[in-house]
Design a protein around this ligand. Sequence first.
Ligand code: SAH
Ligand code: SF4
Length: 404
Amino acid sequence: MPDDARTPLKAFPQAARPLPPEASLNAEERARILAKAAIFSPPDATLPDGRRDLVGMTHAQLVEEMRGMGEKPFRAKQLWHWIYHQGARDFGVMNSIAKPMQAKLAERFVVGRPEVATEQTSADGTRKWLFRFRDQQQVETVYIPEDDRGALCISTQVGCTLSCSFCHTGTQKLVRNLGVAEIVGQFMAARDSYGEWPTPKGEEGRRLSNIVVMGMGEPLYNYENIRDALVIIMDHEGIGLSRRRITLSTSGVVPVMDLCGQELGVNLAVSLHAVRDDLRDELVPLNRKYPIAELLAACRRYPGASNARRITFEYVMLKGINDSVAEAQELTRLLQGIPAKVNLIPFNPWPGSQYETSTHASIQAFADVLSRAGYSSPVRRPRGRDILAACGQLKTETERARRG
Ligand code: SAH
Ligand code: SF4
């Protein structure tokens, strides 16, 4: 078991460290991004009948909530155990809590889950859910099984503001950010689907052993919600997944990358996809704001990056666009000094997409250049293509309601 799975996770253990000077320069920009996230905030956590969802409250918020009812903090600890360790959804099964108290809790609260609109399992075992939330908005979540473990790919937004030209989600406007309960809820509902409750002891032998924040949306444009959700998921008295088993992928929101490293310290994946700014401007339009040099500087200062914990650079292989040997060589030059590995993702087509997947031979040639330079460069095997569950294929039909 990794060390940090045993130590209780204090919220933001590293936050006391000052940001490096380059990162502090970004402070204003970061404040602007965090404020903007609020415009796309999720609906209130209170149901129409006035009850509140306990899922999505941090431990401190739960303690506060109990205090409001005149209860001691140990009540929050009990509830936490039932919700996140046992997976209980009904106060009636919480047998360490006396019946009258159970009834009182049920009057005020619920233990929520997103509704499963559809669940599909691919021929290769990949499972995809379409989850529906209270306001009828929907996201997709994908479970990718390996032999004795598996990763859950979770979404952070309905749609995405960034329109990367090769990404299906990018064709859908941003509808809204997901709330903490909706992010944690994807993991809990997937656990329900596999019956993986109570939380297995230690981290071995879990079906849902890893999380990749690589579904719909840009997580660093919904940072505070994803942060609280991951803090809940990492709490060792509940789900207890360590930060080493969580990887967050960003298209390169530089000012928030620093904060993510400081407060969460999860593994970082960066969607690079091109080695020149002119091409990256086209593929990942956010590059016009935070060009490659700035992005790589943020990677160099990402806390905790080391040879044991490399930053993953994702590189989608687009035939004739970004897949030449010369580009592979340039990539090795760019990555110098960064503890890095490169994940080569064969482009996954979607209805109406304008690109083709690179040939097997060119992917191999590209990977060879990287591995000769000492970079591990696994080619990501497409999973669940038959159910449109592979990278960049996720999209829902829900739209932003007209405002005003
Ligand atoms: N918004 C974040 C995380 C979600 S996308 C980000 O962009 O990093 C997860 C990964 O899938 C990214 O690396 C993205 O570039 C990649 N991707 C998107 N569309 C793809 C496609 N059609 N084929 C292969 N990979 C794709
Ligand atoms: Fe958004 Fe990531 Fe898709 Fe780009 S690749 S449009 S950032 S989800």
